[in-house]
Design a protein around this ligand. Structure first.
Ligand SMILES: NC(=O)c1ccc[n+]([C@@H]2O[C@H](COP(=O)([O-])OP(=O)(O)OC[C@H]3O[C@@H](n4cnc5c(N)ncnc54)[C@H](OP(=O)(O)O)[C@@H]3O)[C@@H](O)[C@H]2O)c1
Length: 313
């Protein structure tokens, strides 16, 4: 079969032949892949930088997608750590890690949305006790996952939702997705002013900006005893942050991470039915573009698009 194949971690995947994977248990089935999202998690799998990377090559990237089973049903699936991923004509899925799509669901939109929606959905549902009415700051709100986090927070009944990001044009679009206020990231003091009393931070950035903002919010908080849950989800601005000790002492700050590991597989899977239903029924706005798998190398190198690329075999 043909697949996107990584043979070196410093080179993008190439469209070439790869051995067809074989189911290893009665829970596993071979499916025809219909769509698979090209998102940062997949990029870090393909360049070996993700914390789950075993260093094994060659590998086919792709950790989730939509495929057609032999009975004709379309299934959304998430894969375990494997070198035979979703960016292929066929892949092996575990039935228990998949769910049939509702009639009429668009497989490209589902494949595009699952990863970015899941990031904040699982964080709010599984990592903290999120209550309707709580206010939320999304740090890195202009990326695919940040745009979704605004909508997911709204969906779960958030009070005020604030979006902070760099790109002014993308920032200006967030009001239509449910943001009450937006703020430019280059002025961290302005972010801290606006977000001084938020209940939850959904953080896709980390790095120096997170450390500076924590200190800024701690200095401005009007009620020190008011809990603040800071959920670390991504690290596009830096892999580490120098957390100011004073921020931890001066306010009731709880820092948690959300991702593969801190959320067990059963935690992700338990959210799948509701999440797929909401994505399929159009609850969330996702800007997606289908690209043939044959063009994987070009798509990989093109980081200029804001749209979430979905590879279609
Ligand atoms: N833990 C999980 O479950 C999980 C799930 C999904 C995603 N993630 C992680 O979350 C992060 C964001 O994912 P995504 O899907 O939103 O990716 P994305 O669509 O590629 O968006 C990333 C955005 O980050 C912004 N950005 C890049 N460098 C920046 C910097 N130095 N400072 C501030 N902003 C910066 C850019 O927005 P501007 O153009 O406005 O600068 C870009 O649009 C990634 O680290 C990803 O791995 C984690």
């Amino acid at each position: 079969m043909y697949a996107a194949v990584v043979t070196a971690f410093d080179t993008p995947p190439a469209y070439r032949e790869f051995p067809r994977p074989v189911p290893q248990s009665s829970d596993e089935i071979l499916i025809d892949v219909v769509a698979s999202g090209l998102h940062p998690r997949v990029r870090s799998q393909a360049d070996g930088s993700h914390y789950t990377s075993s260093g094994e090559l060659p590998l086919v990237p792709g950790v989730d997608g939509v495929g057609r089973a032999s009975d004709g049903t379309l299934r959304s699936f998430v894969l375990p750590d494997t070198t035979a991923g979703a960016m292929a004509e066929q892949t092996v899925i575990d039935r228990r890690r998949s769910i049939a799509l509702p009639e009429g669901a668009d497989p490209v939109l589902v494949a595009a949305a699952v990863n970015p929606v899941m990031s904040s959905w699982v964080a709010l549902r599984q990592r903290i006790q999120f209550e309707p009415g709580q206010s939320v700051l999304v740090l890195g709100a202009t990326g695919s996952s940040g745009r979704m986090a605004i909508q997911v927070a709204r969906h779960f009944g958030a009070g005020d939702v604030i979006g902070a990001g760099r790109d002014p044009k993308r920032l200006s679009e967030l009001a239509s997705l449910g943001a009450d206020a937006t703020v430019q990231l280059d002025n961290v003091s302005a972010v801290a002013d606006l977000a001084r009393d938020v209940d939850v931070v959904i953080d896709y950035l980390w790095g120096p900006v997170t450390a500076e903002l924590m200190a800024g919010i701690a200095a401005r908080r009007s009620e020190a005893g008011r809990p603040l849950a800071w959920i670390e989800i991504g690290s596009v601005a830096g892999p580490s942050a120098e957390i100011p000790s004073a921020a931890l002492r001066a306010m009731r700050l709880q820092i948690v991470g959300s991702g593969q590991g801190s959320v067990p597989t059963r935690g992700f899977l338990s959210e799948m039915p509701d999440l797929i239903r909401e994505i399929s029924s159009g609850t969330f706005d996702i800007d997606a573009r289908a690209v043939p798998l044959t063009e994987v190398e070009t798509a990989w190198n093109d980081t200029s698009t804001d749209q979430r690329v979905v590879l279609t075999p």
